[in-house]
Design a protein around this ligand. Structure first.
Ligand code: HEC
Length: 122
């Protein structure tokens, strides 16, 4: 069976439109995507809570639950530049880079932490 020419042309232009539009669309979506503690919690548990939990939590900062993070004043909701966990994870001046040692969090993870704090740390 032969398809009408206009149908093929339409299909082709639809494919072209998706290819052209999707990169910009994808970054916009990523910027708007809500980040919640459901994503942040496991990262902190894996990379931070080993040393930041219990009575001997390093620097008195507990990073093992959202409640403890807030009680430790490690995060100021809406203000990454005032949030100790973001400052430490991003290696900001005047703050010890965390986690200590050679394996810093990758850029994407640090950006996720920042977005989470900007969005209110919920
Ligand atoms: C291997 C243990 C260990 C791990 C893992 C670790 N920390 Fe720490 N953290 C410490 C120690 C020890 C200190 C106290 C450092 C000092 O004052 O010399 C500290 C201090 C801090 C401070 C206070 C820094 C300052 O200069 O005021 C913050 C904030 C912090 N950690 C956040 C984190 C975050 C966020 C993670 C995970 C990304 C993390 N830590 C992972 C051991 C650890």
């Amino acid at each position: 069976m032969k398809r009408p020419l206009f149908a093929s042309a339409f299909a082709l232009s639809a494919v072209a439109a998706v290819i052209v539009v999707s990169p910009a669309f994808a970054t916009q979506e990523a910027a708007k995507k809500p980040v919640t503690f459901a994503e942040v919690g496991p990262v902190l548990k894996k990379n931070c809570a080993g040393c930041h939990t219990g009575d001997y939590a390093k620097a008195g900062i507990k990073l093992d639950s959202l409640k403890n993070i807030m009680e430790s004043k490690a995060v100021v909701a809406g203000k990454p530049e005032k949030s100790k966990i973001y400052l430490a994870a991003s290696g900001a001046k005047g703050v010890k880079r965390m986690p200590p040692g050679p394996k810093a969090l990758d850029e994407k993870t640090v950006a996720m932490l920042k977005t989470w704090i900007e969005q209110g740390a919920k």
